[in-house]
Design a protein around this ligand. Structure first.
Ligand code: SAH
Length: 229
């Protein structure tokens, strides 16, 4: 009985178990690749120390899961480099109680990191196979505050808008207007903007009343933001 209560409490407090053999690799990843490069946002660092990145990569990449690089996840897509996941998460300065929208679920890793910090994560993936696998993976890892959808993220997720923050993990040529619309007053969006297959710029978008402020932060390379039929 006590054991059941403890395990229920554990799954409520943490989205994923921490005590696995990859914990020290993960700690090194956070210290060397993220903190050493100047990221100090504590909720981001804590979340990245918890989420088992090796469970989000294909079996043949498990040993490379904590390396300082993106990795293929099938269908021509990639799981972002750990530093970029941390950088984007830190840039929008999240707090518990908030509701976030992610466009580009991919492996589900970024969604799991967000779910450690905020109350609700809504994530959209356009490729049905990736939607299916990440949805299943997030369920298995008990990320119960992540809600997945298979559609074109260009239109956002009206039903649950407005969002405190929006994270776009595919490179768009411009900022989709519906995403700006679905951002709360005072909300922040982080999005790679630029030509597909070239270097893009990570842009921070801040909505203040009717005004939109953008700041270019970092050159990046993301897979393209594609459009549904
Ligand atoms: N956040 C992911 C990385 C995803 S790579 C992770 O943590 O693993 C970018 C993803 O965006 C790909 O899976 C791609 O299929 C998806 N994508 C591209 N255009 C999209 C669109 N219009 N709507 C939703 N998803 C899109």
């Amino acid at each position: 009985m006590t054991l059941i209560i403890i395990s229920i409490l554990f799954s409520i407090i943490n989205c994923v178990p921490q005590d696995d053999k990859y914990e020290s690799l993960r700690k090194n990843m956070v210290e060397q690749q993220i903190e050493n490069r100047g990221i100090t946002n504590q909720p981001t660092l804590d979340a990245m120390k918890k989420v088992p990145r090796h469970k989000f990569v294909p079996p043949n990449s498990i040993e490379r899961a904590y390396n300082d690089r993106p990795l293929p996840i099938g269908y021509g897509q990639t799981i972002s480099q750990p530093y970029i996941v941390a950088y984007m998460t830190a840039a929008i300065n999240l707090k518990s109680g908030q509701k976030v929208l992610e466009i580009g679920t991919g492996s589900g890793y970024q969604a799991a990191v967000l779910s450690e910090i905020v109350d609700e994560v809504y994530t959209i993936e356009i490729i049905t196979e990736l939607y299916n696998s990440s949805n299943k993976r997030l369920d298995k890892l008990k990320c119960e505050n992540v809600f997945c959808r298979n559609s074109d993220g260009y239109f956002g997720w009206e039903e649950f808008a407005p969002f405190d923050a929006i994270v776009v993990t595919a490179a768009a040529e411009y900022i989709p207007p519906s995403l700006i619309k679905q951002l709360k007053d005072g909300g922040k969006m982080i999005i790679p903007v630029g030509s597909p297959y070239l270097t893009q710029m990570l842009v921070l978008v801040e909505k203040k009343g009717e005004e939109i402020f953008t700041t270019s932060l970092l050159p990046v390379r993301f897979v393209p933001f594609t459009r549904g039929n």
